[in-house]
Design a protein. Structure first.
Length: 127
């Protein structure tokens, strides 16, 4: 069992704050708080680096799924500078979760995200 699980949970909490920030200014601040300046985000649909590009990917996901929020599914597991967790994209109207995935993040010494490797475990048809 890792000695400092709070470090991983805090990083993941900041990650979800960024993904759920709907206003551009708030999104920019939460991305900057979660990622290092040269941080990256890679999943099957995106491979970007830097705060502006990460914020643009988040904005795109929000445009594609209005009225949805990203939520942690299960617990955060971590060791050394790496953590993994699963998530769902949940409708705020009916609670459905058409999209789900798993991410692996790498942290710097301050607990900010250096990189995200995302995997989509469940997607709607046609996505």
């Amino acid at each position: 069992m890792p000695a400092n699980t709070d470090r991983y949970e805090s990083a993941v909490a900041r990650y979800f704050e960024a993904w759920n920030a709907r206003e551009p200014e708030t999104r920019a601040k939460t991305v900057a708080a979660a990622w290092t300046a040269d941080g990256g985000y890679t999943d099957p649909l995106a491979d970007v680096g830097g705060h502006e590009q990460i914020a643009a990917v988040i904005a795109g996901a929000q445009e594609q799924f209005p009225g949805f929020a990203f939520r942690l599914a299960g617990t955060v597991d971590g060791h050394h500078d790496t953590a993994r967790f699963s998530w769902e994209l949940v409708s705020e109207t009916d609670g459905s979760a058409p999209v789900a995935g798993s991410d692996v993040i790498t942290l710097d010494a301050d607990g900010r995200i250096r990189s995200v490797l995302g995997f989509l475990d469940r997607v709607p048809a046609g996505m």
